[in-house]
Design a protein around this ligand. Sequence first.
Ligand code: PGA
Length: 256
Amino acid sequence: MSKKKRIVIANWKSHPESLVKARKIFSGIKHGVSRIRRTRVVICPPALFLTELMNSYGGSGLVFGAQDVSVKEKGSHTGEVTATMLARSGVHYVIVGHSERRALGETDEVVAAKLKVSLKAGLTTVLCVGELERDSEARHLRFLEREIKHSLRGVSRNIIKRLIVAYEPIWAIGRRARDAMNAEELHRMTIFLRKTLSKIYGRKIALPIPIIYGGSVEPSNAETLLSVGMVGGFLVGHASLSPSDFTEIVKIVDKS
Ligand code: PGA
C-alpha cells in the first residue's frame, strides 16, 4: 500500500429521486464525518445534483465526484458532460468504467478514452474493473488482466498521477456484507492487480497507484476487508445512501 491518504468514495448511482432527499443524505454524511481528518471522503451523486450540492456544501471538507464523463474532450455532443466542465465546476473525482456502465455497452476502448480526457483535465480518475464470475481455472484472472490492460491502453505513464483502480467484482455488487469478497482472497487480488499494473507501467510507477475495493462494503465487513484485504479504501454503493452506515465505514477506515 502506498502512503497516500485512504479514501472512501460514495457512489449514489441513480439515487435518490429528488434533490430534497439528496440534500438530506448529504447533510447526514457531512455531519457524521465532520471530525474525519485522515481519510479522503468523496461523494458522487447523480450529475444533476452535483452543482446544487457543491454550491450548498462546498468547503465542508468533503469533495465531489462524477459517476461518468463524456468520451469527448469538447465540441457539440448532445447530452454529454465533459471532463473540463466537471473540473472547472469544482468536481475533483470521476468514476470511469463502472460495471453498470459497461453493462450498457461501454467498451474497454471507450473506458480508455474517458480515462485519458479525465486525467488530462486534472480529475482524479477511478477506473473500475472486476470479473462477472469466478471459476476454479482462474479464467477470471485472465479476464481481469485483459480488462485492465485494454482499459489503460494509450493511457501514458505521464498522466497517471491521479489514477485510482477500484476492484469491483460484479458478483459482489449490490448484495449484503456476507456475500462480499472474502478478505484473504481480496488480498490475493490486490497483489494480482498490482502485478498487472507493474507489467504495464513498471513497478516504481505502479506501486503508488491506490487500489480500492467495491462490492457490498458495509460497516460489518469494512474493517476486515481493509486490514486483511490490504486495500487503500472503498467504493461504496448502497451503504453510501445511509448516512449512518456510510459514516461508520468512513470512521473504520479513518481509525485503521
Ligand atoms: P454496492 O455497490 O456497495 O452496493 O455493492 C458498489 C458499486 O457498485 O460501486
